[in-house]
Design a protein around this ligand. Sequence first.
Ligand SMILES: NC(=O)c1ccc[n+]([C@@H]2O[C@H](COP(=O)([O-])OP(=O)(O)OC[C@H]3O[C@@H](n4cnc5c(N)ncnc54)[C@H](OP(=O)(O)O)[C@@H]3O)[C@@H](O)[C@H]2O)c1
Length: 284
Amino acid sequence: MNGKTVIVTGASDGIGKAIATQMKEKGYQVVIIGRSPKKTMAVGKELNVPYYVTDFTKLDEVRKLGQALKEKYPKIHILFNNAGGIYGKRVVTVDGFEKTFQINYLAHFLLTQILFDNLVAGHATVINTSSVGNSVLSKLDINDLNMEKKYSNTSAYGNAKLEGILFAKEFTKRYGNSGVSMVAFHPGNVLSNFASEAEGFIHGMYSFALRSKFAQRIFSMIPPDQGADTGVWLATTQPVKDWQPGQYYYKRKIAKPHKLANDSEVARSLWDQSEKMAGVVYPK
Ligand SMILES: NC(=O)c1ccc[n+]([C@@H]2O[C@H](COP(=O)([O-])OP(=O)(O)OC[C@H]3O[C@@H](n4cnc5c(N)ncnc54)[C@H](OP(=O)(O)O)[C@@H]3O)[C@@H](O)[C@H]2O)c1
Protein backbone atom coordinates (compact mmCIF):
# COMPACT_ATOMS: atom_id res chain seq x y z
CA MET A 1 0.00 0.00 0.00
CA ASN A 2 1.32 3.48 -0.87
CA GLY A 3 -0.80 5.18 1.83
CA LYS A 4 -2.76 7.30 -0.67
CA THR A 5 -6.55 7.40 -0.46
CA VAL A 6 -8.65 7.19 -3.62
CA ILE A 7 -12.43 7.70 -3.64
CA VAL A 8 -14.32 6.42 -6.69
CA THR A 9 -18.02 7.20 -7.24
CA GLY A 10 -19.97 4.91 -9.55
CA ALA A 11 -17.58 2.09 -8.64
CA SER A 12 -20.19 -0.67 -8.35
CA ASP A 13 -20.02 -1.32 -12.09
CA GLY A 14 -18.37 -0.53 -15.43
CA ILE A 15 -15.60 2.07 -15.70
CA GLY A 16 -15.67 3.00 -12.00
CA LYS A 17 -15.22 -0.62 -10.95
CA ALA A 18 -12.34 -0.97 -13.45
CA ILE A 19 -10.72 2.23 -12.11
CA ALA A 20 -11.09 1.00 -8.51
CA THR A 21 -9.59 -2.38 -9.45
CA GLN A 22 -6.59 -0.85 -11.24
CA MET A 23 -5.91 1.70 -8.48
CA LYS A 24 -6.05 -1.08 -5.87
CA GLU A 25 -3.58 -3.13 -7.94
CA LYS A 26 -1.26 -0.11 -7.95
CA GLY A 27 -1.25 -0.06 -4.14
CA TYR A 28 -3.73 2.75 -3.37
CA GLN A 29 -6.18 2.66 -0.48
CA VAL A 30 -9.41 2.57 -2.50
CA VAL A 31 -12.86 3.51 -1.21
CA ILE A 32 -15.83 2.78 -3.44
CA ILE A 33 -19.25 4.38 -3.75
CA GLY A 34 -22.23 2.79 -5.52
CA ARG A 35 -25.99 3.14 -5.67
CA SER A 36 -27.14 -0.49 -5.58
CA PRO A 37 -26.48 -1.97 -2.11
CA LYS A 38 -26.12 -5.48 -3.53
CA LYS A 39 -23.70 -4.56 -6.33
CA THR A 40 -21.68 -2.18 -4.18
CA MET A 41 -21.25 -4.74 -1.39
CA ALA A 42 -20.23 -7.40 -3.93
CA VAL A 43 -17.52 -5.15 -5.44
CA GLY A 44 -16.39 -4.02 -1.98
CA LYS A 45 -15.95 -7.66 -0.96
CA GLU A 46 -14.33 -8.67 -4.26
CA LEU A 47 -11.72 -5.90 -3.97
CA ASN A 48 -11.57 -6.04 -0.17
CA VAL A 49 -12.11 -2.27 0.13
CA PRO A 50 -14.48 -0.07 2.17
CA TYR A 51 -17.75 0.73 0.42
CA TYR A 52 -20.55 3.28 0.80
CA VAL A 53 -24.03 3.17 -0.75
CA THR A 54 -25.47 6.51 -1.89
CA ASP A 55 -28.21 7.49 -4.31
CA PHE A 56 -27.16 10.73 -6.03
CA THR A 57 -30.79 11.53 -6.88
CA LYS A 58 -31.03 12.50 -3.18
CA LEU A 59 -28.70 15.31 -2.18
CA ASP A 60 -29.25 14.56 1.52
CA GLU A 61 -27.63 11.17 0.94
CA VAL A 62 -24.70 12.88 -0.79
CA ARG A 63 -24.33 15.23 2.21
CA LYS A 64 -24.26 12.25 4.60
CA LEU A 65 -21.73 10.46 2.40
CA GLY A 66 -19.55 13.60 2.25
CA GLN A 67 -19.59 14.01 6.03
CA ALA A 68 -18.75 10.33 6.59
CA LEU A 69 -15.80 10.48 4.14
CA LYS A 70 -14.64 13.82 5.55
CA GLU A 71 -14.38 12.37 9.06
CA LYS A 72 -12.90 9.02 8.06
CA TYR A 73 -10.29 10.22 5.52
CA PRO A 74 -8.63 13.51 6.59
CA LYS A 75 -6.36 13.37 3.52
CA ILE A 76 -7.87 12.42 0.17
CA HIS A 77 -5.34 12.12 -2.68
CA ILE A 78 -7.60 11.23 -5.61
CA LEU A 79 -11.33 11.74 -6.16
CA PHE A 80 -12.98 10.20 -9.20
CA ASN A 81 -16.30 11.96 -9.86
CA ASN A 82 -17.49 9.13 -12.08
CA ALA A 83 -21.06 8.06 -11.25
CA GLY A 84 -23.56 8.77 -13.98
CA GLY A 85 -25.37 7.71 -17.05
CA ILE A 86 -28.05 8.61 -19.57
CA TYR A 87 -31.73 8.23 -18.65
CA GLY A 88 -35.16 8.42 -20.27
CA LYS A 89 -38.04 10.88 -19.96
CA ARG A 90 -37.49 14.05 -17.92
CA VAL A 91 -37.59 13.27 -14.19
CA VAL A 92 -37.26 15.80 -11.39
CA THR A 93 -35.51 14.58 -8.22
CA VAL A 94 -36.73 15.09 -4.64
CA ASP A 95 -34.38 18.10 -4.60
CA GLY A 96 -36.20 19.68 -7.55
CA PHE A 97 -33.51 19.21 -10.22
CA GLU A 98 -33.47 17.37 -13.52
CA LYS A 99 -32.15 13.88 -12.75
CA THR A 100 -29.34 13.59 -15.36
CA PHE A 101 -27.97 16.99 -14.32
CA GLN A 102 -28.09 16.05 -10.63
CA ILE A 103 -26.51 12.58 -10.82
CA ASN A 104 -23.75 13.30 -13.34
CA TYR A 105 -22.86 16.82 -12.23
CA LEU A 106 -24.56 18.59 -9.29
CA ALA A 107 -24.10 15.77 -6.76
CA HIS A 108 -20.37 15.75 -7.60
CA PHE A 109 -20.16 19.54 -7.31
CA LEU A 110 -21.64 19.14 -3.80
CA LEU A 111 -19.45 16.17 -2.79
CA THR A 112 -16.28 17.96 -3.92
CA GLN A 113 -17.22 21.03 -1.86
CA ILE A 114 -17.81 18.96 1.29
CA LEU A 115 -14.43 17.23 0.82
CA PHE A 116 -12.56 20.42 -0.13
CA ASP A 117 -10.32 20.65 2.99
CA ASN A 118 -9.47 16.93 2.79
CA LEU A 119 -8.56 17.34 -0.90
CA VAL A 120 -6.31 20.31 -0.09
CA ALA A 121 -4.69 18.24 2.69
CA GLY A 122 -3.96 15.48 0.14
CA HIS A 123 -2.78 17.81 -2.71
CA ALA A 124 -5.44 15.92 -4.57
CA THR A 125 -6.27 15.26 -8.18
CA VAL A 126 -10.02 15.32 -8.92
CA ILE A 127 -11.05 13.56 -12.13
CA ASN A 128 -14.49 14.09 -13.66
CA THR A 129 -15.69 11.38 -16.06
CA SER A 130 -17.02 13.37 -19.00
CA SER A 131 -17.94 12.08 -22.45
CA VAL A 132 -17.58 12.94 -26.11
CA GLY A 133 -21.32 13.62 -25.70
CA ASN A 134 -20.28 17.00 -24.24
CA SER A 135 -19.58 18.19 -27.77
CA VAL A 136 -21.84 16.07 -29.98
CA LEU A 137 -25.01 15.91 -27.85
CA SER A 138 -25.12 19.02 -25.64
CA LYS A 139 -27.43 21.97 -26.23
CA LEU A 140 -26.62 23.80 -23.03
CA ASP A 141 -28.81 26.77 -22.12
CA ILE A 142 -27.10 28.24 -19.06
CA ASN A 143 -30.37 29.92 -18.08
CA ASP A 144 -32.24 26.59 -18.09
CA LEU A 145 -30.02 24.07 -16.26
CA ASN A 146 -33.08 22.00 -15.34
CA MET A 147 -34.17 21.83 -18.98
CA GLU A 148 -37.70 22.97 -18.20
CA LYS A 149 -38.08 24.71 -21.59
CA LYS A 150 -36.65 21.98 -23.80
CA TYR A 151 -35.63 18.44 -22.88
CA SER A 152 -34.29 15.38 -24.60
CA ASN A 153 -32.40 12.63 -22.80
CA THR A 154 -29.43 12.92 -25.17
CA SER A 155 -29.03 16.69 -24.75
CA ALA A 156 -29.48 16.31 -20.96
CA TYR A 157 -26.60 13.83 -20.99
CA GLY A 158 -24.42 16.00 -23.25
CA ASN A 159 -25.12 19.05 -21.08
CA ALA A 160 -24.20 17.21 -17.87
CA LYS A 161 -20.94 16.02 -19.41
CA LEU A 162 -20.13 19.56 -20.61
CA GLU A 163 -20.87 20.80 -17.08
CA GLY A 164 -18.21 18.40 -15.74
CA ILE A 165 -15.66 20.10 -18.03
CA LEU A 166 -16.86 23.61 -17.10
CA PHE A 167 -16.52 22.56 -13.44
CA ALA A 168 -12.88 21.56 -14.04
CA LYS A 169 -12.16 24.88 -15.87
CA GLU A 170 -13.73 27.09 -13.20
CA PHE A 171 -12.25 25.06 -10.33
CA THR A 172 -8.79 25.48 -11.87
CA LYS A 173 -9.34 29.22 -12.25
CA ARG A 174 -10.40 29.57 -8.61
CA TYR A 175 -8.19 26.99 -6.89
CA GLY A 176 -5.24 26.44 -9.24
CA ASN A 177 -2.92 27.50 -6.40
CA SER A 178 -4.56 25.37 -3.70
CA GLY A 179 -2.62 22.23 -4.58
CA VAL A 180 -5.82 20.55 -5.81
CA SER A 181 -6.00 19.84 -9.56
CA MET A 182 -9.20 19.04 -11.41
CA VAL A 183 -9.44 17.58 -14.92
CA ALA A 184 -12.02 15.81 -17.10
CA PHE A 185 -11.77 12.89 -19.53
CA HIS A 186 -13.71 10.82 -22.07
CA PRO A 187 -13.24 7.07 -21.51
CA GLY A 188 -14.22 6.00 -25.05
CA ASN A 189 -17.33 4.05 -26.05
CA VAL A 190 -17.31 1.52 -23.24
CA LEU A 191 -19.37 -1.67 -23.08
CA SER A 192 -21.27 -1.08 -19.84
CA ASN A 193 -24.75 -0.63 -18.40
CA PHE A 194 -24.61 3.17 -18.57
CA ALA A 195 -27.47 3.41 -21.09
CA SER A 196 -29.60 0.64 -19.56
CA GLU A 197 -32.10 3.12 -18.07
CA ALA A 198 -32.23 5.23 -21.25
CA GLU A 199 -34.41 5.14 -24.32
CA GLY A 200 -33.91 6.12 -27.96
CA PHE A 201 -30.81 5.82 -30.14
CA ILE A 202 -28.14 5.62 -27.42
CA HIS A 203 -30.07 2.92 -25.54
CA GLY A 204 -30.53 0.97 -28.80
CA MET A 205 -26.86 1.32 -29.72
CA TYR A 206 -25.60 0.07 -26.34
CA SER A 207 -28.16 -2.79 -26.08
CA PHE A 208 -27.21 -3.94 -29.58
CA ALA A 209 -23.49 -3.64 -28.80
CA LEU A 210 -23.82 -5.66 -25.59
CA ARG A 211 -25.21 -8.54 -27.71
CA SER A 212 -23.26 -8.22 -30.93
CA LYS A 213 -19.53 -8.37 -31.64
CA PHE A 214 -20.29 -6.82 -35.05
CA ALA A 215 -21.88 -3.76 -33.38
CA GLN A 216 -18.96 -3.52 -30.98
CA ARG A 217 -16.60 -3.18 -33.94
CA ILE A 218 -18.83 -0.65 -35.76
CA PHE A 219 -19.13 1.58 -32.69
CA SER A 220 -15.48 1.05 -31.63
CA MET A 221 -16.62 -0.27 -28.25
CA ILE A 222 -13.99 -1.13 -25.67
CA PRO A 223 -14.20 -3.07 -22.37
CA PRO A 224 -14.31 -1.13 -19.05
CA ASP A 225 -10.67 -1.91 -18.17
CA GLN A 226 -9.57 -0.05 -21.34
CA GLY A 227 -12.09 2.74 -20.66
CA ALA A 228 -10.40 3.28 -17.30
CA ASP A 229 -6.99 3.92 -18.89
CA THR A 230 -6.96 7.73 -19.27
CA GLY A 231 -8.54 8.22 -15.81
CA VAL A 232 -5.97 5.98 -14.13
CA TRP A 233 -3.18 7.69 -16.07
CA LEU A 234 -4.37 11.15 -14.89
CA ALA A 235 -4.56 9.84 -11.31
CA THR A 236 -1.08 8.35 -11.28
CA THR A 237 0.90 11.08 -13.09
CA GLN A 238 1.77 14.68 -12.20
CA PRO A 239 -0.53 17.64 -12.87
CA VAL A 240 1.16 20.50 -14.77
CA LYS A 241 4.20 18.31 -15.60
CA ASP A 242 2.31 15.49 -17.35
CA TRP A 243 -1.14 17.02 -17.99
CA GLN A 244 -2.93 20.35 -17.67
CA PRO A 245 -5.54 20.94 -14.94
CA GLY A 246 -8.84 22.31 -16.26
CA GLN A 247 -8.53 20.47 -19.56
CA TYR A 248 -10.51 17.64 -21.16
CA TYR A 249 -8.58 14.47 -22.15
CA TYR A 250 -9.17 11.49 -24.38
CA LYS A 251 -6.62 8.70 -24.92
CA ARG A 252 -4.15 10.54 -22.64
CA LYS A 253 -4.19 13.65 -24.86
CA ILE A 254 -5.99 17.00 -24.66
CA ALA A 255 -9.19 16.76 -26.72
CA LYS A 256 -11.43 19.48 -28.11
CA PRO A 257 -14.58 20.01 -26.05
CA HIS A 258 -17.75 21.93 -27.00
CA LYS A 259 -16.99 25.60 -27.69
CA LEU A 260 -18.97 26.65 -24.58
CA ALA A 261 -16.34 24.86 -22.47
CA ASN A 262 -14.08 27.88 -23.10
CA ASP A 263 -16.73 30.48 -22.24
CA SER A 264 -15.66 31.93 -18.89
CA GLU A 265 -19.04 33.64 -18.34
CA VAL A 266 -20.88 30.35 -18.76
CA ALA A 267 -18.44 28.63 -16.37
CA ARG A 268 -18.88 31.35 -13.74
CA SER A 269 -22.66 31.33 -14.07
CA LEU A 270 -22.79 27.52 -13.78
CA TRP A 271 -20.65 27.73 -10.63
CA ASP A 272 -22.82 30.43 -9.02
CA GLN A 273 -26.06 28.61 -9.82
CA SER A 274 -24.64 25.29 -8.62
CA GLU A 275 -23.68 26.78 -5.23
CA LYS A 276 -27.25 28.01 -4.79
CA MET A 277 -28.80 24.72 -5.96
CA ALA A 278 -26.55 22.54 -3.80
CA GLY A 279 -26.81 24.95 -0.86
CA VAL A 280 -23.04 25.30 -0.40
CA VAL A 281 -20.41 27.99 -0.78
CA TYR A 282 -16.86 27.03 -1.76
CA PRO A 283 -14.05 28.78 0.17
CA LYS A 284 -13.43 32.35 -0.99
N1 LIG B 1 -20.01 3.64 -21.22
C1 LIG B 1 -19.64 4.61 -22.03
O1 LIG B 1 -19.52 4.43 -23.25
C2 LIG B 1 -19.33 5.97 -21.49
C3 LIG B 1 -18.81 6.94 -22.36
C4 LIG B 1 -18.52 8.19 -21.87
C5 LIG B 1 -18.71 8.46 -20.52
N2 LIG B 1 -19.23 7.52 -19.70
C6 LIG B 1 -19.44 7.87 -18.29
O2 LIG B 1 -18.70 6.98 -17.47
C7 LIG B 1 -19.27 6.96 -16.17
C8 LIG B 1 -19.43 5.51 -15.72
O3 LIG B 1 -20.36 4.88 -16.58
P1 LIG B 1 -20.25 3.35 -17.00
O4 LIG B 1 -20.16 3.30 -18.46
O5 LIG B 1 -19.23 2.65 -16.19
O6 LIG B 1 -21.74 2.85 -16.62
P2 LIG B 1 -22.27 1.80 -15.54
O7 LIG B 1 -21.57 0.51 -15.69
O8 LIG B 1 -23.75 1.82 -15.65
O9 LIG B 1 -21.84 2.44 -14.15
C9 LIG B 1 -22.48 3.60 -13.68
C10 LIG B 1 -22.15 3.78 -12.22
O10 LIG B 1 -22.84 4.96 -11.75
C11 LIG B 1 -23.65 4.59 -10.64
N3 LIG B 1 -24.88 5.36 -10.59
C12 LIG B 1 -25.85 5.45 -11.52
N4 LIG B 1 -26.89 6.17 -11.06
C13 LIG B 1 -26.55 6.54 -9.80
C14 LIG B 1 -27.23 7.27 -8.78
N5 LIG B 1 -28.47 7.71 -8.92
N6 LIG B 1 -26.57 7.48 -7.61
C15 LIG B 1 -25.32 6.99 -7.41
N7 LIG B 1 -24.66 6.28 -8.32
C16 LIG B 1 -25.28 6.04 -9.50
C17 LIG B 1 -23.98 3.12 -10.84
O11 LIG B 1 -24.36 2.56 -9.59
P3 LIG B 1 -25.17 1.14 -9.50
O12 LIG B 1 -24.59 0.25 -10.54
O13 LIG B 1 -24.86 0.69 -8.08
O14 LIG B 1 -26.61 1.45 -9.74
C18 LIG B 1 -22.65 2.60 -11.38
O15 LIG B 1 -21.75 2.35 -10.34
C19 LIG B 1 -20.60 7.71 -16.27
O16 LIG B 1 -20.42 9.02 -15.77
C20 LIG B 1 -20.85 7.73 -17.77
O17 LIG B 1 -21.65 8.81 -18.15
C21 LIG B 1 -19.54 6.26 -20.15
